[in-house]
Ligand binder design. Structure first.
Ligand SMILES: [Zn+2]
Ligand SMILES: [Zn+2]
Length: 217
């Protein structure tokens, strides 16, 4: 008989073979009906804003809506170094995110080195690592750097977010001629961060940039 290590579910406390038990897993807030381009909630197709002006990334795929209990899980992964939860989220992203065309590489949204030192690890890199393990798509966390330690985006208006992030990312010269890359983020809010990153990759000659995020606000 296989020996399965029982643990208590992170959300309800019931005994479970996974970090989250099956009923809690089935109840997670999956993000349905989203705009193909930006990931904002939208009945079908592309939202009004993207019809006016398409973002520099082609597709956004968000697995969850950023509501309870996903916000609690991401918070635990991000600030309390709960790698069991983080790996579970990465595994779920790999299982559920479908893509018509497989990218050549996954690029996690980088943290500024100062923030990386404070936190000890980058949650987006951990997600990319995990998705890579389950899909076989390589990941690269060294090519894109965050050179501006930006203030938190949350209190800023959309134009402020944009100027806050301008010039925030630089790329090392690309060793491979990538045509299609996917940016990996934990939480996407307005898309200002991935927009800035997508512009940098496109300037470097990448034809298509998509975004896969764990949760969308
Ligand atoms: Zn549970
Ligand atoms: Zn849109």
């Amino acid at each position: 008989m296989p020996f399965i290590l029982a643990q208590s579910c992170f959300l309800c406390g019931d005994m479970s073979s996974l970090a989250i038990c099956a009923p809690c897993l089935a109840d997670l807030p999956y993000h349905h009906n989203a705009c193909l381009a930006c990931g904002n909630l939208e009945e079908e197709g592309v939202c009004y804003h993207c019809q006016q002006e398409l973002p520099p990334y082609t597709h956004t795929q968000a697995l969850f809506s950023y509501v309870y209990p996903i916000n609690k899980m991401i918070h635990a992964a991000k600030f309390y170094h709960n790698l069991v939860i983080l790996n579970l989220l990465g595994q779920l992203m790999a299982q559920h995110l479908r893509y018509d065309e497989q990218p050549e590489v996954l690029i996690p949204v980088p943290l500024h080195p100062q923030r990386l030192r404070q936190r000890g690890y980058n949650q987006s890199t951990e997600l990319a690592k995990c998705i890579s393990k389950h899909t076989g798509i390589p990941f690269d966390y060294k090519v894109c750097h965050r050179i501006k330690n930006t203030v938190s985006q949350r209190s800023l208006s959309a134009p402020q977010r944009h100027s806050n992030l301008q010039g925030a990312f630089i790329l090392k010269p690309l060793k491979e001629k990538w045509q299609h890359v996917v940016l990996i983020d934990d939480v996407m809010t307005t898309g200002a961060t991935v927009k800035e990153m997508a512009i940098v990759f496109k300037e470097a000659g990448v034809r298509r940039v998509d975004v896969w995020c764990c949760a969308h606000r």
